[in-house]
Design a binder for this molecule. Structure first.
Ligand code: AMP
Ligand code: GLY
Length: 424
């Protein structure tokens, strides 16, 4: 088989690494890819939103399967474009990708189908949102309706912060049209868990759990980022909690989408909060998580191409997902200054230390080859260093050990990835 992966971050590197191991795959391409992905796939210089060039490339090269990684192309109809061109594609069509692309849609869906989530109101006008904020209990959570690189969520402790938040989202358009509409949500407390799942339209198979660290600095301080590190499994995601989620959240979500005429085929990523009143959905994503994928896929035993194909063909009920009985930790190496201002183009050394080291992986998030052929930094998040171990503590020690093998100027990382492990 010839396979094309669309995307160029750490998530796509982990997907490409896993797909490259499939017994079915002879040739792997990635558009646009990055310097790390180039080790396992041939990178093609086409952007993720250029559907015309992507589908033309897939037709010319006789690609048998395309996997779309990021949310933006999915929300804009990448899967529809491939299907219209008669090509096999893994990822939800636009009408289903709305599960992530509109928070108002997903909240209304959960309300209609009694899927546990925070209480909320939706507003199209800043005046009404401001009036609501005057009488609501604080803290309160404001969410831009549309996609905002994972940054459109504001947690407001005081009424003044909430007023400012409504202004910045709806009037100053901090996230552009994503803030034309906002969801104002009850503030919840509890541990967060990410559960990724494969869905074929009717059947859902969930992967092992993970936990992300979204803030830039140790102790969950600093700005929200795309994710600074992950661990898997979450020790707080017990069998009992899993049973509850399977019954009240996972299958009901898939059934709800089908009932709405929006059958979902692809990955549903459930962002859950384990509250005192039980697990609740914080958000849905319609794609693999980044950097959750970097700890989940190294633990997966299946040939992932079998699973992708079962999702497309509607035969997922015949697949049993299997994960190693171990643990994995991913520490993101970023450029100091991320997520605000940071330098690019700094040479990276030490990558060869990972070659042939079983259980240690370096997934590239933002890297490229410079004109001298050196691998240099090319983004805020540069690398994801993942290590497995027989338990979470060993995996964490291994991952932090491996972060020392890599050098680039302004290398920055959190030092407390997986600190929740010690509280388990
Ligand atoms: P989201 O993109 O919706 O997952 O939100 C980003 C982050 O904001 C989540 O990972 C939570 O840490 C936090 N968050 C979102 N919604 C709530 C809520 N209702 N209560 C408390 N924290 C929340
Ligand atoms: N790590 C969170 C996300 O991928 O949205």
């Amino acid at each position: 088989m010839k396979v094309l992966i669309v995307g160029g971050g750490g998530r796509e590197h982990a997907i490409a690494w896993k797909v490259a191991q499939s017994r079915k795959v002879d040739k792997l391409y990635c558009a646009p890819g990055n310097a790390g992905i180039a080790q396992v796939a041939e990178c093609v210089d086409i952007g993720v939103m250029d559907f015309e060039k992507l589908t033309a490339f897939a037709r010319e090269q006789d690609i048998d399967l395309t996997i779309i990684g990021p949310d933006d192309p999915l929300a804009a109809g990448a899967a529809d474009a491939f299907e219209a061109a008669g090509l096999r594609v893994f990822g939800p069509v636009k009408s289903a990708a709305i599960l992530e692309a509109s928070k108002a849609f997903s909240k209304d869906l959960m309300k209609k189908y009694h899927i546990p989530t925070a209480a909320y109101e939706t507003f199209d006008s800043p005046e009404k949102a401001l009036a609501y904020v005057e009488t609501a209990d604080m803290p309160i959570v404001l969410k831009a309706d549309g996609l905002a690189l994972g940054k459109g969520v504001l947690i407001c402790k005081t009424r003044e912060e909430a007023r400012e938040g409504v202004k910045s989202l709806m009037m100053d358009k901090q996230f552009g049209s994503a803030g034309d509409r906002i969801v104002v949500e009850e503030f919840m407390t509890g541990r967060e868990v990410s559960v990724l799942s494969f869905v074929d339209g009717k059947t859902i198979k969930v992967m092992t759990s993970a936990q992300d660290h979204k803030r830039a600095k140790d102790g969950d301080q600093g700005l929200n980022t795309g994710g600074m590190g992950t661990f898997s499994p979450s020790p707080f995601y017990t069998d009992q909690i899993h049973q509850f989620c399977a019954q009240h959240i996972f299958q009901p979500t898939v059934d709800a989408m089908r009932a709405e005429g929006r059958a979902f085929k692809g990955i549903i990523f459930f962002g859950l909060m384990l509250t005192e009143k039980g697990p609740k959905v914080l958000e849905y994503n319609a794609r693999f998580g980044d950097p959750e994928t970097q700890v989940v896929l190294p633990r997966m035993k299946n040939d992932i191409v079998d699973v992708f194909e079962a999702c497309i063909d509607g035969t997922l009920d015949q697949i049993e997902l299997e994960f190693e009985d171990n643990a994995a930790v991913c520490v993101v190496l970023a450029s100091d200054g991320y997520p605000e201002h940071y330098e690019k183009g700094l040479p990276i050394s030490g990558l060869e230390a990972f070659q042939d080291k079983e259980g240690y992986y370096v997934f590239h998030a933002g890297s490229k080859f410079d004109e001298k052929g050196r691998i240099v930094t090319n983004g805020g998040r540069v690398l994801g260093v993942t290590a497995v171990g027989e338990d979470l503590k060993k995996a964490r020690a291994n991952a932090y050990e491996a972060t020392e093998w890599i050098h680039f100027d302004n290398k920055y990382m959190r030092h407390d990835i997986g600190r929740a492990i010690d509280e388990a």
